[in-house]
Ligand binder design. Structure first.
Ligand code: IPD
Ligand code: CA
Ligand code: CA
Length: 269
């Protein structure tokens, strides 16, 4: 098993510490105090607690770094080169419905470049880590994107918006176009894990519109370090700014992008 760097140690330590509370709260999911942030956009007490723990651990280890986290927004650090990007509970809807597919996601951006990512799915005890130039690993084992080259063999993941959010018609067209030529489309409900699963070769690709930086920062590093490609759906490279992503193995990134872009072109104005 490869030796973890000091940086990844900090990140995995923070994720594992917050995970203990999340797992306990997941066991008592029906008793949680839940508040509504917007239609179907739940934020649980567990979510806030996990964020406090992750941020406190990161601050303890790197007091000068900034933090962008889902619930607290941006806290600038004295060191403006380094910024953690944190989703303390990705897959909140799954969590609240008693589905174990959720994760803590921590990315690190240095000089505007994503350089490290940790995604931890605590119930499944799956720890995905990646650091620029050092590869990606799952529970210590090296990851590589899938080798499937044919759309007809490929399994893809996406995110489907919900009441009051996103362009439902376009998403349905995208899913229709991809399902017609692939082995299937999955919607598991945790974008960070969708990206981690692309890195692990479980999905050949993933796309979603309307994501935030904390949904994708760590996953972008994982996919790249596992040999995959990440871009905007339109091909650009400002995924976090433009809030959409297309990640896939080296063979299928372009074909998947072409299909998704053809749907966008067909859309009546
Ligand atoms: C959500 C999940 C979901 C994605 C949504 C995200 P949250 O994050 O990643 O898979 O489809 O767009 O908002 O709210 O559970 O942290
Ligand atoms: Ca999220
Ligand atoms: Ca979240």
């Amino acid at each position: 098993m490869a030796q973890e760097s000091a940086l990844l140690n900090v990140m995995t330590g923070a994720a594992r510490k917050a995970a203990r509370g999340l797992v306990r709260d997941f066991g008592e999911v029906e008793n949680l105090q839940v508040s509504r942030k917007g239609p179907a956009d739940f934020v649980s007490a567990a979510d806030h607690k996990a964020e406090r723990i992750v941020c406190a651990e990161l601050r303890k280890a790197r007091p000068r770094y900034g933090i962008l986290s889902e619930e607290s927004g941006l806290t600038e650090g004295a060191d403006t080169s380094n910024r953690w990007i944190v989703d303390p509970l990705d897959g909140t809807t799954n969590f609240l419905h008693g589905l174990a597919h959720f994760a803590i996601s921590i990315g690190l951006e240095r000089d505007a470049e994503l350089i490290a990512g940790v995604i931890y799915a605590p119930v499944l005890d799956q720890l995905f880590v990646a650091e620029k130039g050092q590869g990606a690993r799952l529970n210590g084992n090296r990851l590589r994107v899938s080798a499937r080259k044919q759309m007809g063999d490929a399994l893809f993941a996406t995110g489907i918006p919900f009441m009051g959010v996103g362009d439902h018609e376009r998403v349905l067209q995208e899913v229709g176009a991809v399902m017609a030529v692939s082995a299937g489309v999955r919607r598991f409900g945790t974008a960070s894990l969708d990206l981690a699963y692309v890195a692990a070769g479980r999905f050949e690709g993933f796309w979603e519109t309307g994501l935030y930086p904390w949904d994708m920062a760590a996953g972008i590093v994982l996919v790249r370090e596992a040999g995959g490609y990440v871009s905007e759906i339109g091909g650009g490279t400002e995924m976090m700014k433009n809030r959409n992503i297309l990640a896939a193995n080296d063979s299928l990134h372009q074909p998947l992008g072409r299909i998704l872009r053809s749907v966008a072109t067909q859309k009546p104005q």
